[in-house]
Design a protein around this ligand. Structure first.
Ligand SMILES: [Zn+2]
Ligand SMILES: [Zn+2]
Ligand SMILES: [Zn+2]
Ligand SMILES: [Zn+2]
Ligand SMILES: [Zn+2]
Ligand SMILES: [Zn+2]
Length: 376
């Protein structure tokens, strides 16, 4: 039957058996006394095999003997009691009363294992009538451990009613009168049990509060990490967006400057081309009149040559023979380019300033963290 403590929780991680003298390591895990000693002897820096915390918290003296270190660790007496009671339940042998039949019941007070008929007798006898007898198949080690009466440290069979704080022992009343008469601090066992229970209640409260606080603080840290991630992404996006805008500004400026240059050059080329076609027109007229003159000089008909000389002289005199036609000069667009570039420089400067202004802070206030926590 499953109890509060599962069977595997009674097992040591090193030897995999139920604990023998379970020692509480600084991390709160348990190992058998002997297992810690051999574990420490086999490693130069022994750590808990379950969580890798150091077994010796303050490694001041490395020449310390393992057994001394381990003996200084507290023993988990609750686990020790559980293991003892579990082993009582595991070894179901013969009835401890008649030693004849298989035991099926256990008395929670005497820890006697009994066959059904001896159990009936046990329940009838005046001394054991009030005892709690349970089936061995259903009782758990925890229940057995909790029901068993404390026995005198000196008389294994006598119930202890007192606790000697000076000797740290549960004792019976005769022992108190004999051996602990001189002891200063002897209290009733019930009273000591009650104060131990109270101490555990306050320990539990303290640990629960600390657990809650630590969990909350870890949640807060996680939120801060998430916030930092989100902020990083936001700021990266801001830089990208700004740089993209700057890039398109530069592209626009490049386009404008190139247009200014090409406009000025095409205007100049147009003017050159106008001049060129006017000069070609003049050249055409000159060439065709040169042919007329050349032909007349070669043929020389009378008197047509005389008439022609007069006519052609008039014509050639009326022709525009000059070659001094000037194209409009090229106008350098540098001042407009400068203006355009100055604008871009100013806008880029402004954009870059906005990055530093718009950077999102990575830390949110503790008030905001509390708000975010309450949403989870
Ligand atoms: Zn072990
Ligand atoms: Zn550990
Ligand atoms: Zn019996
Ligand atoms: Zn009994
Ligand atoms: Zn005693
Ligand atoms: Zn004493």
């Amino acid at each position: 039957m499953a109890g509060l403590v599962q069977a595997h929780e009674r097992q040591c991680a090193v030897c995999t058996n139920d604990f023998t003298t379970p020692k509480i390591l600084p991390c709160g895990h348990l190992l058998c006394r002997q297992c810690v000693i051999s574990w420490m002897d086999s490693k130069s820096e022994a750590v808990c095999p379950l969580c890798t915390c150091p077994i010796v918290e303050h490694q001041g003296n490395s020449f310390q003997i393992a057994a001394d270190v381990v003996d200084a660790l507290p023993t988990d007496s609750v686990m020790k009691a559980l293991v003892e009671n579990a082993s009582i339940l595991v070894m179901v042998g013969m009835c401890t009363v008649c030693d004849d039949l298989k035991a099926e019941y256990i008395c929670m007070q005497c820890v006697d294992k009994m066959c059904p008929s001896c159990m009936k007798i046990h329940k009838k006898m005046s001394i054991s009538r009030s005892h709690d007898v349970e089936s061995v198949s259903t009782v758990t080690p925890e229940r057995l451990a909790a029901s068993r009466p404390a026995l005198c440290a000196d008389h294994g069979d006598k119930h202890a009613e007192l606790f000697c704080v000076d000797h740290n022992l549960a004792i019976c009343t005769p022992c108190f009168s004999n051996k602990h008469r001189e002891c200063l601090d002897v209290k009733s066992l019930d009273e000591k049990m009650k104060s131990a229970v109270d101490a555990f209640a306050s320990l539990r409260k303290k640990l629960l509060t600390a657990e809650d606080n630590l969990k909350q603080e870890i949640v807060n840290i996680n939120i801060r990490v998430q916030t930092a991630d989100v902020t990083e992404q936001q700021n990266m996006a801001l830089v990208d967006k700004t740089c993209d805008r700057l890039q398109s500004m530069l592209d626009e400026c490049r386009k404008q400057v190139k247009k200014l240059i090409s406009d000025s050059v095409s205007k100049f080329k147009k003017s050159l081309s106008d001049v060129k076609s006017e000069l070609e027109k003049r050249l055409g007229k000159v060439t065709s009149h040169k042919h007329l003159v050349t032909r007349a000089t070669k043929v020389r008909p009378r008197p047509a040559l005389i008439h022609a000389a007069q006519t052609l002289t008039d014509r050639v005199n009326s022709l525009d023979l000059s070659d001094d036609l000037e194209a409009e000069p090229w106008v350098n667009p540098s001042s407009e380019i400068t203006k355009c570039c100055d604008n871009v420089v100013k806008e880029i400067g402004d954009e870059l300033m906005t990055i530093s202004r718009e950077i999102v802070v990575a830390e949110v206030s503790s008030l905001l963290i509390c708000l975010m926590c309450s949403m989870f």
